[in-house]
Design a protein around this ligand. Structure first.
Ligand code: ZN
Length: 99
């Protein structure tokens, strides 16, 4: 698993910097805006969707837990998905989806 690199200054992101990308899109060293590549876009979406939806579905439909447990598990899974996201990021300098 690799952490992303800035398209402009080639700064290799530290884990915490990549995590920060979730709410701040600028490179921490050169302040250039980072865009997700098309590949990394679905790469980040897929595990997140998978982690969030699948266990949630099973818990809801087969375990018959109270809704509040489902909410807690949901929050836990969401946090987990967020924590692994940095490893799937890949930056580019443009929004072109055909990149
Ligand atoms: Zn940079």
């Amino acid at each position: 698993m690799k952490l992303p690199i800035c398209w402009s200054c080639k700064h290799r992101y530290k884990y915490i910097e990549a995590l920060r990308f979730l709410w701040s899109k600028e490179c921490p060293t050169c302040n250039k805006r980072q865009y997700l590549t098309a590949t990394s876009n679905w790469k980040t979406m897929l595990p997140t969707a998978f982690i969030l939806l699948l266990p949630g579905y099973f818990i809801r439909h087969y375990l018959e837990l109270p809704f509040i447990i489902y909410v807690y598990v949901g929050i836990g899974l969401f946090t987990l998905a967020m924590l692994i996201t940095p490893f799937f990021l890949q930056f580019t300098n443009r929004t072109d989806p055909l990149n």
